[in-house]
Design a protein around this ligand. Structure first.
Ligand code: HH2
Length: 292
């Protein structure tokens, strides 16, 4: 069955990512993890060398390159013989890192700054013909969770994404190579995240595929703690049911790329959602599925 969406498996080659930090720092372990993500059903492996969790400190480009390049090169080689042509994405806002990653075999630049952090990034993506994901973030990771405010979170995020989409196209990026992401958890309260998920369908008129990243995030821990009367946010290890629920709801509202740590369970949940709603469900507004 051809499905109208792509699964993006998360591979953080960092010591400090909020849920998998330190687990895949050694290149061999990271490549093994990337292969497992593909075996579980990932269409894209998103390799990141700098944590963007709330409070995270920036990492110099040289260190980020040292972390991600051997992993991307190793994965590119491993994937060249894999069925389904899985893609490698690089999670970076630095042009230097993105350029080297594309040369090593990545074909998607996942920029959480949406081309704002590095003035050279848009031109690199345009010239390379790579795909890109432009994400909304209010502020910067170090400080973004300090009292974020919006007029209307969905309208504000949508206006931002529209402006960034137009900027990218103006810089020469092909419109069909652009994905947009509301940036769950990036300068947003729990209420903001839930509102964005509830009204996600409003972003579809932007005309680009919507990426959603709720996997194991803090707001799920808070929702679950409140719902079950626990005093502390539910631990990262216990957020899979919340991750599945939020991804299925995002699918139902039209998201078509799902960035997750736990690929197999989300793959299965989305298969049931697709069987229930029909394969053409997501295709109705993003146009990302094969015709038929
Ligand atoms: N979330 C994170 C990192 N990159 N990229 C996109 N497009 N959308 C997201 O929601 C997103 C992202 C944060 O999650 P994670 O990579 O698991 O953690 P960390 O930033 O601590 O490495």
């Amino acid at each position: 069955m051809t499905v109208p969406y792509r699964l993006m498996g998360i591979l953080n080659v960092t010591p400090d990512s909020f849920s998998d930090g330190g687990r895949f720092l050694e290149a061999g372990a990271a490549i093994g993890r990337g292969r497992s993500l593909v075996a579980e059903g990932a269409d894209i492996v998103d390799v990141g060398g700098e944590s963007t969790r709330p409070g995270a400190q920036p990492v110099p480009a040289a260190e980020e390159l040292r972390r991600v390049l051997p992993v991307i090169a190793g994965l590119a080689e491993a994937m060249s013989s894999m069925p389904g042509h899985p893609q490698i994405s690089v999670d970076t806002y630095k042009e230097e890192v993105a350029g080297a990653a594309l040369a090593a075999g990545a074909s998607l630049v996942n920029d959480v700054s949406a081309f704002r952090a590095d003035p050279e990034m848009a031109a690199l993506v345009a010239q390379s013909g790579a795909e890109c994901c432009l994400m909304h973030m209010l502020g910067e990771p170090r400080t973004m969770q300090r009292d974020p405010r919006y007029e209307d979170v969905v309208d504000d995020v949508k206006a931002f994404l529209q402006e960034r989409l137009e900027f990218a196209v103006g810089e020469g990026v092909a419109p069909e190579r652009i994905l947009l992401d509301p940036g769950i958890g990036f300068g947003k309260t729990e209420a903001h995240n839930l509102e964005l998920l509830r009204r996600l369908g409003e972003l579809l008129t932007l005309g680009a595929p919507i990426v959603i990243g709720t996997s194991r995030k803090g707001f799920l821990g808070h929702v679950l703690a409140r719902a079950t009367g626990r005093p502390e946010p539910v631990d990262v290890a216990d957020r899979l049911p919340g991750t599945i629920a939020s991804n299925v709801l995002a699918y139902e509202r039209g998201a078509s790329v799902f960035r997750v740590h736990d690929v197999a369970p989300v793959r299965d949940a989305l298969a049931v959602a697709t069987a229930t709603l029909g394969e053409r469900w997501t295709a109705r507004s993003t146009g990302t599925t094969p015709a038929g």
